[in-house]
Design a protein around this ligand. Structure first.
Ligand SMILES: *Cc1c(COP(=O)(O)O)cnc(C)c1O
Length: 357
């Protein structure tokens, strides 16, 4: 028998989440963000479940080419643009829409030999201060692009640093409006948080990522509990060992947990080398045999320990949910001081994945 850990990708949840986003942003087109191998779900496994989307946004050429080779004909957006002038040939061949965030990219585009113009997302730095043109530079960049025969449609794009906060996009929006005061174009601004919580930012194209996968952009599951979004990934394993301990014994590396009474402990075949966060403290929730219990002691590379007090019927071979429908990935992430995004992306290659319809 194989090691019992398995991740399940729920295709129905992906389809369902996309349809919820459609309802929420009914006036906008949708870029489904599938960067980082579909947030760790596996681009090849998930893209067909999202085929009702208007486009896919990602940032590796390999992933873009994969989608084209599988037959995806609708738009693909490169969120970080191209990384060298030589890549423009590939963008041309595969008809990829590219973000443009720097002057060298404008020059490279102007000098390239293309079979047809490329559509451009001109990136406005609205205060995130990672990529993009300052508001006062945008007009100039726009005109340079507009004057190039290699440039097709231009969309203005920006990305919010704090869209999960009620007042988080006011100042960015002010800068964006300043940048665009003399420009007529379509707009793409909203990530998941803005798509859900800032209706006036949705504009022409929204760019949801994390909510496609059923986790919360704020890191708090309660914030999306009323949306109907469903987890697209679950991680399950089994109990592979049981220890009946006396009071005063310790569990795992560093003796980080000590029993204060007789206690039955279950050992689960899942550790940080599978992608479970090593920083999850004692008390991190786990679902087993229909009840919520919790981890005890340190997370090891290949195993973790759980308290079996609330579930005395558990035996070797009992299924355990680490995250999924009963235990939200956001709750595990929060316990470990991170976000659902990181846990999804960190699912380890050694974990077998099955796709459920
Ligand atoms: C990752 C990313 C998104 C999606 O963000 P979520 O918070 O997952 O919705 C949107 N736009 C850009 C530019 C991104 O890099």
């Amino acid at each position: 028998m194989a090691r019992p850990i398995v991740a399940t990708i729920h295709s129905d949840a992906l389809r369902h989440n996309l349809s919820i986003i459609r309802q929420v942003a009914s006036e906008s087109q949708i870029w489904s963000v599938v960067k980082a191998n579909g947030y760790g779900h596996g681009l090849e496994r998930i893209w067909q479940s999202l085929r009702d989307t208007d486009g896919f946004a990602l940032l590796n050429l390999e992933e873009a080419i994969l989608l084209r080779e599988k037959g995806w004909k609708k738009p693909i957006l490169l969120l970080e643009g191209f990384f060298s002038p030589e890549e423009l040939e590939t963008l041309d061949r595969y008809r990829l829409t590219t973000c443009v965030h720097s002057n060298w990219q404008i020059q490279a585009l102007a000098q390239a030999t293309l079979s047809a113009p490329l559509d451009i997302y001109l990136k406005v730095n609205s205060g995130m201060n990672r990529l993009g043109f300052q508001p006062e530079q945008v007009n100039n960049a726009w005109h340079k692009l507009r004057n190039s025969d290699n440039v097709g449609e231009i969309t203005l794009m920006s990305h919010f640093a704090c869209a999960e906060e009620p007042e988080g996009i006011q100042e960015p929006l002010r800068r964006i409006e300043l940048a665009a005061k003399d420009i007529v174009s379509s707009w793409s601004l909203a990530n998941s948080a803005a798509t859900l919580w800032h209706p006036h930012s949705r504009r022409d194209w929204v760019r949801p990522g994390i909510i496609l996968y059923g986790a919360s952009p704020s890191g708090r599951w309660q914030d999306i509990a009323s949306t109907g979004l469903r987890p697209a990934m679950s991680l399950q394993s089994e109990i592979i060992g049981i220890q009946n301990l006396r009071s005063g014994e310790t569990v795992g590396y560093g003796r980080r947990y000590q029993t204060s009474r007789e206690q039955r402990i279950g050992i689960v075949a899942c550790g940080y080398a599978d992608g479970y966060p090593r920083h999850a403290p004692t008390g991190t929730p786990v679902y087993v045999d229909g009840v919520r219990t919790c981890t005890v002691g340190a997370i090891s590379m290949d195993m973790l320990a759980i308290d079996l007090t609330p579930c005395p019927e558990v035996h070797i071979g009992t299924r355990v949910e680490l995250w999924g429908n009963n235990i939200r990935i956001d709750d595990i992430a929060q316990a470990a001081g991170t976000v659902g995004y990181e846990l999804m992306c960190a699912l380890a290659p050694r974990v077998p994945v099955v796709v459920a319809n």
